[in-house]
Design a protein around this ligand. Structure first.
Ligand code: 0RA
Length: 650
């Protein structure tokens, strides 16, 4: 059939159905957040994940082993896979090319292919048509049966029917899209690290698959485009080694298993390290389930049951005077659980909690069997683990005493607030802010400069405790940390769940970390953030934690003066003043007077607060363990390369 004839035919069948499709696409444009979560930086990146997920599906079905991603110079993104290629033949029901159906019909996805059940999925697993609807332009190229087919779209609208554009030896699908600036108003700029982190994660979760990313906007020292290739032969086992690379292992190997239980594919890997933190990460169909769910509770149950049985039989617990709780089995544990569920039910506030009942026992069984084998075959590791559990139980008892003491003290001083806190007068937490300020002197300046109606100041003394390396009771005994708890009004967790917070008691809805804009200051900010991440993660996830951004320079000439937040701004200001302006570099908050601090950093109309978000929890965990752990070299390198919080900030 000639292209001309094909066009003619398709014009005829453009009827009721395609109008319906259009309405679906319109709806996506009208309510984008319903489909991709938000239209900020997060949503922008989700477009890429959505397209990549289609290729991952093809890989999981066994037809694709390589996915390449490019960030192009104009911030468009190209995703290429070597799968079967999206079918281009006529779709019987829709009367147009199957490719066009996939690209323009909401919810079409790969569903017309009855044999392959769709298990992967982006945040909402909504399909590439959503990306199309939200892209200013998109081009799909399919390589299939020796031919290349192409179709382009603008804001989801088809520009021409699928056409053949040449011959090819390749097989696969290439999609290039440019997010629509009408939708993504905040930013259309892709962050390389954010995408690379997710692609790395996907390569661990789908072993054997090769995923590459190339940033055509930036070149490295060798003059080549910034580029990384991710490939994992050992999957979760390697993921654990990557995550725990900066912690000291307690046992000789990563314990892992992979198999199917009750038709549910289950993969688990775990290791114990010398730290006191529990790091559990769980995935369903490649999606990070931040809120956990049945797979995670299954993991916990399997772990506790098997370890307890082993410990009881070993006789090592015989002389123990106190009980062992579930928590004790997970101190110093890093573990990943990944399951594939055909029809996942997601619950919870962010819809990242797995609800499917049947998954719990599948994972629990898998973990029990895995551990039974490992403990049997590695008796010396088994002994080390049980000893660690006993130590954890001892520490928990000490922590309980410390916690009780803190709570008693708070009650005895009449539920009193810390003496160092300068509180605000407003009572409504939603309107209140608290600044955590490094050092008493900067604290004093902030106290003078603030608007006392809604801004409270809590000065913190020097370097606060590094909670990454401290046992729980040390954390609860630390004065600065207790002050933070009491000032915020949230109580320290219960014994069952040491990290549970009562957010409804929170006294300030904005918690602002304000430190010097130098290396020391960012180190302190990182210490405070580490504390929030490990002990008050809910606060970050609820969006209450911010970082203040004090200016770096004051540029003055005659009676003109202005502040600059980076070198570029400084130079531009200087130039706009006709050059040779006096430039004062602020080495710390302390060099500003109260008025300056207020105007530049605290006054809501002027200031820039950076909200702290966790855009990849697994990666954030690794970064904190590196920044705050024992190994100095990677930490120094990282701090020198990045504004410290860059990687945990969306
Ligand atoms: C449905 C059926 C077939 C392939 C695909 C979907 C497919 C979709 C995407 C999206 C990105 N890459 C993709 N690769 C393949 C194949 C049907 C067949 O060839 O029999």
């Amino acid at each position: 059939m000639s292209d001309e004839k094909k066009d003619e035919k398709e014009i005829k069948v453009y009827g009721a159905d395609s109008i319906q499709a259009l309405e679906g696409m319109e709806h996506v444009r009208m309510r984008p957040s319903m489909y991709i979560g938000d239209v900020g930086v997060r949503g922008l990146h989700h477009l890429v994940y959505e397209v990549v997920d289609n290729s991952i599906d093809e890989a999981m079905a066994g037809y694709c082993d390589t996915i390449d991603v490019w960030i192009n110079e104009d911030n468009s993104v190209t995703v290429k896979d070597n799968g079967r290629g999206i079918p281009v033949d006529m779709h019987k029901k829709e009367g147009v090319s199957a490719l066009e159906v996939v690209m323009t019909k909401i919810g079409a996805g790969g569903k017309f292919d009855k044999d392959s059940y769709k298990v992967s999925g982006g945040l909402h697993g909504v399909g590439v048509s959503v990306v199309n609807a939200l892209s200013g332009s998109l081009k799909a190229t399919v390589h299939r049966d020796g031919k290349m087919w192409e179709q382009e779209y603008e804001r989801g609208k088809t520009l021409y029917p699928v056409k053949s554009v040449g011959e090819t030896d390749y097989r696969g699908t290439v999609v290039t899209f440019k997010p629509d600036h009408e939708i993504f108003k905040e930013s259309q700029v892709y962050n390389y690290e954010t995408l690379a982190n997710r692609l790395r994660e996907l390569s661990f979760l789908n072993k054997g698959l090769t995923i590459s990313i190339t940033d055509k906007r930036n070149k490295d020292e060798k003059g080549e485009f910034v580029h990384e290739t991710f490939h994992s032969e050992e999957g979760l086992k390697e993921f654990i080694r990557y995550l725990d690379g900066n912690r000291e292992p307690l046992i000789s190997e990563v314990i892992s298993m992979e198999g199917e239980k009750n038709d549910i594919p289950v993969e688990v890997a775990m290791v114990y390290n010398t730290s006191f933190n529990e790091n559990l990460h769980s995935y369903v169909n490649n999606i990070n389930t931040h809120e956990g769910g049945t797979h995670l509770s299954g993991f916990r149950r399997g772990l506790t049951t098997m370890l307890k049985r082993y410990a009881d039989n070993s006789g090592m617990l015989d002389k123990l005077k106190f009980d062992i709780s579930g928590d004790d089995f997970r101190e110093g544990l890093t573990a990943i659980v990944s399951v594939k569920v055909a029809e996942p039910q997601f619950e919870g506030q962010t819809k990242t909690k797995l609800g499917n009942r049947e998954v719990s026992s599948a994972v629990s069984q898998a973990v029990s069997e895995m551990l039974e084998n490992y403990l049997e075959e590695h008796p010396s590791d088994a002994k080390i683990i049980v000893q660690k559990v006993i130590l954890a139980a001892q520490a928990r008892h000490a922590a309980r005493k410390a916690r009780e003491m803190v709570q008693r003290k708070t009650v005895m001083s009449g539920g009193g607030l810390p003496g160092k806190l300068s509180d605000c007068s407003e009572q409504d937490p939603e309107k209140c802010e608290v600044f955590l300020v490094e050092g008493d002197s900067a604290g004093g300046t902030a106290k003078q400069g603030r608007d006392r109606k809604f801004q409270a100041i809590l000065p913190l003394r020097g370097k606060i405790l590094n909670v990454e390396k401290a046992m729980q009771h040390k954390v609860f005994e630390n004065e600065e940390i207790r002050n933070i708890f009491t000032a915020l009004g949230v109580t320290i967790g219960t014994e069952e769940d040491s990290k549970a917070l009562n957010l409804e008691k929170l006294r300030y809805h904005k918690i602002v970390i304000m430190c010097d804009a130098d290396v020391d200051g960012s180190h302190i900010a990182t210490l405070i953030l580490t504390f929030f991440f490990r002990y008050m993660k809910d606060l970050i996830e609820a969006g209450h934690v911010y970082i203040a951004t004090p200016p770096l320079y004051l540029v003055k000439k005659g009676n003109k003066k202005a502040y600059a937040w980076n070198d570029k701004e400084r130079d531009e200001l200087n130039e706009s003043y006709g050059g040779s302006a006096t430039i004062q570099r602020y080495k710390g908050l302390g060099e500003m007077n109260a008025e300056q601090l207020w105007v530049t950093t605290m006054k809501p109309e002027n200031r820039t607060l950076r909200q702290v978000t966790i855009d990849n929890g697994t990666e954030a965990d690794r970064v904190f363990s590196m920044l705050m752990g024992d190994e100095v070299p990677p930490r120094r390198e990282f701090i020198e390369k990045n504004a410290v919080y860059a990687n945990i900030d969306a």
